[in-house]
Ligand binder design. Structure first.
Ligand code: OGA
Ligand code: MN
Length: 296
């Protein structure tokens, strides 16, 4: 079969047909998918049924894989592969977590607009998320995941603002993003393990050569400026960048796989009926260098 793309908008998000992600794919197909990622930043695949091993092996064809905070925390885990992130509301026994469960509250940070792992000195590239169980639609929403195009958001800024922010460096901190939702119960030692990281506010995407905003709920303030000024600027830019014309909202079906490029998008989870299971599995590819080395 040949890979077919259906664009959701001319430059952001595309649905991909004609490929089975459970089997090894050839180098040409990997290149075709990279080209599509560089153009659309978000790819949607339907009707895939991947084991965690298949998801890991598919993702590994795009780069070395991250082992996330959840897997590094130790203790019993629901999922056995450390490269697979548990994006669910389920505990080790597959029971729905209580509303006050610490891991659940930590994961609610995903409801804020963010890009993954921007608090790490070398952040990540692709997020690859696979839907195993999807909650039913409810008055609160159906647990959609939304994506915002940071390249289009950058392009739409006034020229004066572009030159104002071009060289800025932002401090990203997981404790700042979790603090925004009142979550402070980190395990002992966690603070020391994840010190804040500086990241460029404007990056150039190496695959498309487009300039892009690099914003995230983890972004705390601008280095070298009073915290308040930087924070207010980041709030303004985030409000600009998440206007609906820049957003694709994905309604999950079981079997969906989504790939997004964390270097040029933000995403957030949406609410759902909390006592219904939602089970997504994520693999993430690592970048090779700090954003500070990447001149915009
Ligand atoms: C993630 C994430 C949001 C969601 O997996 O990185 O932020 O909708 N997920 O679960
Ligand atoms: Mn995320």
């Amino acid at each position: 079969m040949t890979i077919m793309l259906r664009a959701v908008t001319p430059s952001f998000a595309a649905a991909v047909d004609g490929i089975d992600l459970s089997r090894p794919i050839d180098a040409d197909s990997v290149r075709t998918l990279w080209d599509a990622i560089n153009q659309y930043a978000v790819l949607v695949f339907h009707d895939q049924r991947l084991t965690d091993t298949q998801l890991r092996d598919f993702a590994a064809q795009f780069g070395p894989l991250e082992i996330g905070r959840g897997a590094l925390q130790g203790g019993k885990r629901r999922l056995s592969l450390p490269q697979i992130g548990d994006i669910s509301n389920l505990d080790e026994e597959h029971r729905i977590r209580a509303l006050d469960d610490r891991r659940r509250l930590d994961s609610l940070g995903n409801r804020l607009w963010h890009t993954d792992a921007s608090y790490m000195p070398v952040p990540v590239v692709l997020g690859i998320l696979h839907a195993v169980t999807v909650p039913p639609a409810s008055a609160l929403g159906g647990g959609e995941t939304e994506f915002a195009d940071m390249r289009a958001a950058y392009d739409a800024l006034p020229d004066k603002m572009k030159s104002e922010i071009d060289g800025l460096v932002v401090e990203h901190d997981i404790f700042w993003s979790r603090g925004q939702i009142g979550f402070t119960e980190f395990p002992p030692g966690e603070r020391a393990k994840y010190p804040p990281s500086p990241q460029r506010l404007v990056r150039r995407h190496p695959g498309s050569q487009r300039k892009t905003l690099y914003l995230s709920a983890h972004g705390s303030h601008v280095v070298g400026r009073p915290v308040a000024d930087g924070r207010l600027l980041l709030w303004d830019l985030t409000a600009h960048a998440t206007q609906r014309q820049f957003v694709y909202s994905h309604q999950w079906r079981v079997g969906d796989v989504l790939i997004w490029d964390n270097r040029c998008t933000m995403h957030r989870g949406r609410p759902h009926e909390e006592l219904q299971a939602r089970d997504l599995r994520r693999a993430t590819t690592l970048d090779t260098g700090s954003t500070l080395e990447q001149a915009a």
